[in-house]
Design a protein around this ligand. Structure first.
Ligand code: ADP
Ligand code: MG
Length: 715
């Protein structure tokens, strides 16, 4: 018996080893087959030839044709990384940068027989996943922009691919100008501008008539269905549509487009709940969310194959419009909305608004249904609305956002004397970066679509108010230090101000917690009361910033415990991310010479530091809500805020968010993350911005004694 068992064991071991071998072999083969089956593959040689011939090339191809994953590999195979030179590929979205890098590493490591591929890496804000050996570098457009600070001519790159160019994000648009410029004095640098089938003529035109390389797509027909009447509750309508498709339609996965994390989570919960109730009456439905802040292990799930007999439904933000390709989608559900940043250049107010998407977006979304076979797209709006209520294309971000961040960055690029001297040696005098060394840089910047003049002026004004620029528009010492931090000017000012108020320890924590986007508190539908009670336990006087600080401090005391998070309805992943962000910010403190010290329990210095950064965002209690001080706009405290009940006279807010229901009929503004302040502090931190008359307040007659002192010290 024992012999038999041994023999059996031996044989099965061998079988297993063999089958494992063949599995790897199969995977390798199938991965290579997939690579060869992509629409771009037949054009590999032509494409490489075109790149040899032209310095700048615009590449157009349908989503999923292989631009992002294949072109960098072709270039690598063709020798563009000889001598350790890098190929950089920018993505507007962090999720895309991570997921695409993972995919390419997988494709390459199979080929190389390694488990991990050190050649491929990605870099996104607060997360650098590259090594010395990285030669294919995927990164967000914002990260490449920051690289100009340390390497103004991008000398370590042989190729820069500006991918997803049609997205026209602010950072991509700025990169266009900068890269067009350095291409002039770096003839060896290859520039590829890759885009879905949109706008390519404009890119070509901007890049001095660069040729356009078109990759013919394959697209199957997509039937489009509209609703007869407007849908009041599009979230509910999505859930119903998914289930209807699941029950009545032939196999094929479903992709639903929603606007953000909250909606997506709500939709997934509803779907799971319905499925649970229907039980075995229906086939299995695999519900998967995808949005920017989703942890990467969860993100990867959307790519795993659907189990036989089941159906997959991916509930996504517009990240799935063009940045990510999910194979197997046959049905698309499109409520027709997206979350957009909007900016009022008169008041300087920036907010996130759920708004109808453009027709171009709607068509891209529909296109996702026709990649593998004929598909169907269910639009949860009327044909009339498509024609009359939607814009033709999305307005480029540069025309609807605060430019403070990039202006500061561009200023610091130009103001480095070393940079200017180095570039002056290499480039013609008309060149942008040399002009940057002067003060009129931004007016001469080569924008594809210039931002509104007022927006630019306002950005300069705000930077001046923050003390980052002097009255000549030149970068101050403070401004230079602010530019070193990869966060918005107001946040970096807050961090730098913490030096003066001796509370950098606390302010770093607050900055990190603010950076994780309102995803600290966990509020499951079935435990709302418990969750809200848990949240109440963290409340401390003074406002939400201090609550965030309290949460973090208690978490540290718990020893960074998962269990503690679970018991207190805190999202562990968000906390872990906050810790990462905090570590990175702390690491930068040395570079900008800020000592990390604690104010040990006194919250006034903390609130003053917040005020020093966010004095733009001041609101005063008035009838029926709050009013912003400078522009008298009515705003409300978010019900989740710790100051919702208390309603102090003066507030500073971190963010303004417009929430909407029913096609924008009801719009309410909410102030997210507010902190109580003393109006006198405003004059202390920004005497050149606020006049004491504006801040007159019957109950608080405190006037500053030493105007301008704080600014001098900081500047
Ligand atoms: P493009 O940039 O032209 O939109 P991609 O290079 O992103 O195209 O994708 C090409 C193909 O690679 C997709 O159609 C898909 O089959 C495959 N692919 C891309 N990313 C992944 C992934 N993370 N997992 C599995 N397959 C992927
Ligand atoms: Mg792509």
């Amino acid at each position: 018996v024992s012999t038999a068992i041994t023999m059996k064991g031996t044989r099965s071991d061998k079988d297993e080893a063999e089958s494992a071998l063949s599995q790897a072999e199969l995977k390798k083969r199938s991965m290579q087959e997939v690579r060869r089956s992509l629409p771009i593959f037949p054009y590999r040689e032509d494409l490489l030839a075109a790149i040899t011939e032209h310095q700048i090339l615009v590449i157009e191809g349908e989503t999923g044709s292989g631009k992002t994953t294949q072109i960098p590999q072709y270039l690598l195979e063709d020798g563009y990384t000889k001598g350790g030179m890098k190929i950089g590929c920018t993505q507007p979205r962090r999720v895309a940068a991570m997921s695409v890098a993972a995919r390419v590493a997988e494709e390459m490591s199979v080929k190389l027989g390694n488990e991990v591929s050190p050649e491929v890496g990605y870099s996104i804000r607060f997360e650098d996943c590259t090594s010395e050996r990285t030669v294919l570098k995927y990164m967000t457009d914002g990260m490449l922009l920051r690289e100009f600070l340390t390497e103004p001519d991008l000398a370590s790159y042989s190729v820069i691919i500006i991918d997803e160019a049609h997205e026209r994000t602010l950072h991509t648009d700025i990169l266009f100008g900068l890269i067009k410029d350095i291409a002039r004095f770096r003839p060896d640098l290859k520039v590829l501008v890759a885009s879905a089938t949109l706008d390519t003529e404009r890119f070509s035109c901007f890049f001095d008539d660069a040729p356009v390389f078109r990759i013919p797509g394959r697209r199957f027909p997509v039937d489009i269905f509209y609703t007869k009447a407007p849908e009041a509750d599009y979230l509910g309508a999505c859930v119903v549509s998914v289930l209807q498709i699941h029950v009545t339609q032939p196999p094929g996965d479903i992709l639903v487009f929603l606007t953000g994390q909250e909606e997506i989570e709500a939709c997934c919960e509803m779907l799971q709940e319905r499925c649970r109730r229907l039980g075995s009456k229906i086939a299995e439905l695999v519900v998967l969310p995808i949005y920017a802040n989703l942890p990467s292990d969860m993100q990867a799930k959307i790519f795993s194959p659907t189990p036989p007999g089941a159906r997959k439904v991916v509930v996504a933000t517009n990240i799935a419009e063009t940045s990510l390709t999910i194979d197997g989608i046959i049905y698309v559900i499109d409520p027709g909305f997206c979350k957009q940043k909007s900016y009022n250049a008169r008041t300087g107010m920036e907010s996130l608004i759920v708004t109808p998407c453009s027709r171009a977006s709607a068509n891209q979304r529909a296109g996702r249904a026709g990649r593998v076979a004929a598909g169907k797209c269910f639009r949860l709006y009327t044909a009339w609305a498509f024609k009359h209520e939607m814009e033709e294309t999305t307005v480029p971000e540069i025309q609807r956002t605060n430019l403070g961040n990039v202006v500061l960055l561009l200023k610091s690029l130009g103001r480095s004397e070393e940079t200017a001297a180095m570039l002056a040696r290499r480039c013609p005098p008309c060149s942008l970066l040399c002009v940057c060394a002067g003060i009129n840089d931004l007016i001469h910047f080569d924008f594809m679509d210039p931002p509104p003049h007022e927006t630019l002026v306002l950005a300069l004004e705000q930077l001046y108010a923050l003390g980052a620029l002097n009255h000549l528009g030149e970068l101050t010492k403070l401004g230079r230090r602010m530019a070193e931090l990869p966060v918005d000017p107001m946040l970096s000012k807050m961090i730098l101000a913490s030096e003066q108020y001796k509370c950098s320890e606390e302010v770093l924590t607050i900055a990190a917690m603010l950076s994780v986007n309102n995803s600290i508190f966990y509020r499951p539908k079935d435990k709302v009361v418990h969750a809200d009670n848990a949240r109440m336990n963290f409340v401390v006087p003074g406002g939400d910033h201090l609550v965030l600080l309290n949460v973090y401090t208690q978490w540290v005391e718990s020893g960074y415990s998962t269990q503690w998070c679970y018991e207190n309805f805190i999202q562990f992943r968000s906390m872990r991310r906050a810790r990462d962000v905090r570590d990175q910010l702390e690491g930068l403190m040395e570079r900008i010479e800020v000592e990390v010290v604690s104010c040990s329990g006194d919250n006034v210095p903390i609130r003053k530091a917040v005020t020093a950064g966010y004095f733009y965002h001041t609101a005063r209690l008035s009838k029926g809500g709050y009013r912003t001080v400078k522009h008298q706009q009515t705003v409300f405290v978010h019900p989740n805020s710790s100051l919702f009940e208390e309603q102090p006279r003066w507030l500073i807010y971190h963010e303004l968010v417009f929430t909407t229901k029913e096609f924008m009929r009801q719009v309410t503004a909410a102030l997210l993350h507010v902190i109580e302040i003393d109006s006198g502090w405003l004059l202390e931190v920004a005497p050149h911005y606020y006049k004491s008359k504006e801040l007159e307040d019957s109950s608080s007659k405190k006037m500053p004694r030493k105007q301008g002192k704080a600014r001098e010290e900081l500047g």
